[in-house]
Design a protein around this ligand. Structure first.
Ligand code: SF4
Length: 310
């Protein structure tokens, strides 16, 4: 194997681990704002056990830092401070430490700005993002007594350049939900009792999915050895499927921009195939405008089965 690759595979995880320890300290000793937005079981286990990520995942995670660097440039000219800490305590005394990506101090008002990297455009911020920001704003308000606090989330797709800003108003009810989740996690950590698993969009990439009740539904039965290999192969090809989709989009964009319908790529032929739109019936509109007609034609479909390997 290539010597440089060997060096990178060994060095990058060490460097990133050191970077995290330097900027965030020992994350097992406190609850961070990002811990309470998503699955509490994952947050709990990643504090208790060392979470292992392969090199590809580590590189993907770095997009978050790239997004933050871009936003720092977007905010240049404002009094923005980076990595500001706001602290609190759970009911049982377990420390809560929120690291704000940015605090922009405008005197009577402080603005919390959270950077989020995304690989797909999002119309609305995820609930987990909002809870994280509510906790950050609440803790900052306690720190800067007498000051008003406002919040924004800036989501960026560093691959396409898409970005969007979302205003997040402080909301006491949402802050209470966020604090309640911090209390559940703090209790779990002190009593060494796993909190309930909450399925997320990122379950497929979670290091603790192997014995997760939300994913395995409590099933422990293993497939026979040979069939395990088939399932593992499917799981590894899931990544390739995504890669093919992204490459096809790139090639299709090129073909459309250059108005090329068919072209050679060495021994391969690449064709841009277009289908004419078909006339169809808008079922949702029909349901809304002509419910009687819709109900006459409503029927049960026969259903289908499909395979999911995460
Ligand atoms: S697999 Fe999903 S539900 Fe289970 S611990 Fe991981 S994130 Fe939580």
């Amino acid at each position: 194997m290539c010597k440089l690759k060997n060096y990178i595979d060994e060095n990058l995880p060490k460097v990133l681990k050191q970077d995290t320890a330097t900027s965030l300290g020992d994350r097992s000793k406190y609850i961070g704002a990002s811990d309470i937005g998503g699955c509490l079981r994952k947050a709990y286990l990643s504090k208790l056990k060392h979470e292992k990520h392969d090199i590809q995942q580590l590189i993907v995670f770095e997009r978050g830092h790239v997004a933050e660097t871009i936003i720092a440039k977007m905010l240049k000219g404002t009094p923005a401070k980076q990595q500001v800490e706001a602290v609190g305590k759970a009911k049982n005394g377990f420390p809560i430490r929120a690291h704000l990506d940015f605090e922009v101090d405008f005197g009577p008002v402080s603005v919390v700005i959270e950077a989020k990297s995304t690989s797909i455009p999002v119309d609305e911020p995820y609930y987990s993002w909002i809870l994280q920001e509510q906790l950050q704003m609440g803790l900052l308000k306690n720190k800067n007594k007498g000051k008003a606090v406002r919040g924004y989330i800036v989501a960026i797709d560093v691959n396409t350049g898409w970005y969007k800003t979302f205003k997040v108003e402080p909301n006491q009810a949402l802050y209470d939900i966020a604090m309640n989740r911090a209390n559940i996690l703090a209790e779990a950590l002190v009593n060494k009792q796993e909190p309930e698993a909450e399925a997320q969009l990122y379950c497929a990439k979670c290091s603790f999915k192997g014995d997760c009740p939300a994913i395995t539904c409590g099933v422990t039965d293993q497939l026979p050895e040979d069939v395990i290999e088939v399932a593992k192969k499917i799981a590894s090809l899931n990544k390739v499927e995504k890669e093919i989709k992204a490459l096809k989009t790139q090639l299709k964009d090129y073909m459309e921009a250059t108005e090329t319908r068919i072209v050679k790529a060495d021994n391969h032929t690449v064709s841009l195939i277009s289908r004419k739109g078909k006339k169809t019936v808008d079922i949702d509109l029909m349901k809304q405008m002509m419910p009687d007609v819709y109900s006459k034609f409503e029927c049960n479909d026969s259903g289908y089965s499909y395979l999911k390997v995460v």
